[in-house]
Design a protein around this ligand. Structure first.
Ligand SMILES: [Ca+2]
Ligand SMILES: [Ca+2]
Length: 441
């Protein structure tokens, strides 16, 4: 997504300070960075994750915070509340549109007994569009307390290529502990006949337990994958790399790999191997009581976010100017500063910086040439405006705005060899900033 450049442009000409005002030995009390921390911004896993190393751009058609109520226009623009074709699901599954809802900031997929039958109604959503690598995609979700499977997965329209980022039987039955602690990732390459029956299935399933065999249903977790190309997928759970799927691990007689556009699917399912096992094995089927239990029958999805890798941001003399580094490397910070990955707090790219509260501030030291002219550029959405300071050189007020805007400020370095650029939120209102660059003119 490319933002328009019709925003307010501020150009301020700042005079250089005279050398007679310079203090040759500033006392510690005058250190403008007193009270600031350099880097080491604490990570909050619940805020989401993107792999480090480069920029990511949001793909809105595959991203949803679900921070609205009902399956409104926003929902309808991205999702079907059915499977992507007329199939009603595996095993005892019967996907049903009345078993998905959006409320309290979440997509809720529910399961219930289809009255008078063995079948299980399950909630499902599928993307309207198809998507292909390279992407990073992630859900933050709390899986259902059911013997059913809670899933986040991708499938090609021809049913021959599948990527499973999450598949977990989250139920709390004592004999299901092993499964409840072990979501799996997988790929499938299916060879099918002209009746769409499976002739061959190539796959490689891996399970990813939490320490101490903790059941995944007890908390929200992040389930993500960086699908880099047809033969490379990195799987991340809770921001940790849990699996590297590579060409040598992918069996495919066609040698095409996972090269298809795919639909995104988030759903609940009953599975044949559990509900219809081999003779002599007890089936594992959801009971009426389990399905009727409102505390157990929901798979809750806080968000799904999907990004495409983008070009590295050129901040000029500013390091980490687009906040791609999660720890806020190169920045000094103070107060309620957080890296935000919320679609509506960022501006198309994955990460912006949130400055909450009047004292929230960031700063960076930059070496400059004396007697030179510099241009500072950044984007901001600051409801009460921002304060821009370069100690010993300038102090400027940045206008308030309810939308993202581009700002440019020019200044002369005077006799300074190092400046400190400081940006501070003005009042207890939300402020976001991104794409900070400094260039010598
Ligand atoms: Ca949400
Ligand atoms: Ca950014």
């Amino acid at each position: 997504m490319k933002y328009s450049f019709n925003a307010l442009l501020i150009c301020v000409l700042l005079s250089c300070t005279s050398s007679s005002e310079a203090d040759p030995s500033p006392s510690p009390e005058k250190d403008p960075l007193l009270g600031y921390t350099l880097g080491n911004l604490p990570l909050e896993p619940s805020k989401g994750f993107v792999p480090q190393g480069h920029e990511w751009m949001y793909l809105p058609a595959f991203s949803d915070e679900f921070d609205y109520t009902g399956k409104d226009q926003e929902f309808q623009s991205k999702w079907k509340d059915t499977y992507f074709n007329a199939w009603i699901g595996p095993g005892l599954t019967e996907w049903n549109s009345s078993h998905s809802s959006v409320e309290n900031g979440e997509l809720i997929l529910k399961a219930s007994r289809k009255t008078g039958s063995e079948k299980v109604y399950c909630g499902v959503i599928s993307s309207k569009e198809k998507i292909k690598f390279p992407i990073y995609t992630e859900v933050r979700a709390k899986v259902a307390n059911q013997v059913l499977s809670s899933n986040f997965w991708f499938l090609s329209q021809d049913d021959t290529r599948e990527i499973d980022i999450l598949e977990v039987y989250g139920g709390d039955r004592p004999d299901q502990k092993w499964f409840a602690a072990r979501p799996s990732t997988n790929y499938h390459i299916f060879v099918r006949n002209d009746k769409n029956q499976i002739l061959e299935n190539y796959d490689d399933q891996k399970h990813h337990p939490l320490p101490g065999e903790t059941p995944y249903r007890e908390d929200y977790h992040l389930f993500g994958a960086y699908w880099k190309d047809a033969f490379t997928i990195d799987f991340y759970y809770d921001g940790q790399l849990v699996r590297e799927l590579r060409k040598e691990g992918i069996e495919d007689p066609s040698e095409e790999g996972l090269n298809r556009e795919m639909f995104m699917i988030i759903d609940l399912e009953d599975h044949d191997w559990r509900s219809f096992p081999a003779a002599g094995t007890e089936p594992i089927r959801a009971t009426d009581a389990e399905l009727a239990d409102e505390t157990k029958n929901k798979y809750r999805i806080d968000y799904v976010r999907t990004y495409r890798p983008a070009d590295t941001f050129d901040g000029g003399l500013i390091k980490n100017g687009s906040f791609t580094d999660a720890s806020l490397e190169a920045w000094y910070w103070k107060g309620q500063v957080q890296r935000s990955l919320l679609l509506y707090e960022t501006d198309g790219d994955a990460t912006a910086l949130s400055l909450a509260g009047a004292d929230a501030s960031i700063a960076q030291k930059v070496e400059v040439d004396q007697g030179a002219r510099y241009q500072l550029s950044f984007r901001a959405k600051a409801l009460a405006g921002l304060q821009l300071q370069i100690p010993s050189l300038s102090q400027e007020s940045i206008s308030a705005s309810t939308d993202w805007k581009d700002y440019q400020i020019e200044f002369d370095s005077g006799d300074m060899e190092e400046i400190i650029l400081m940006i501070t939120n003005k009042e207890n209102q939300a402020a976001y900033i991104d794409k900070i660059s400094l260039k010598k003119l």
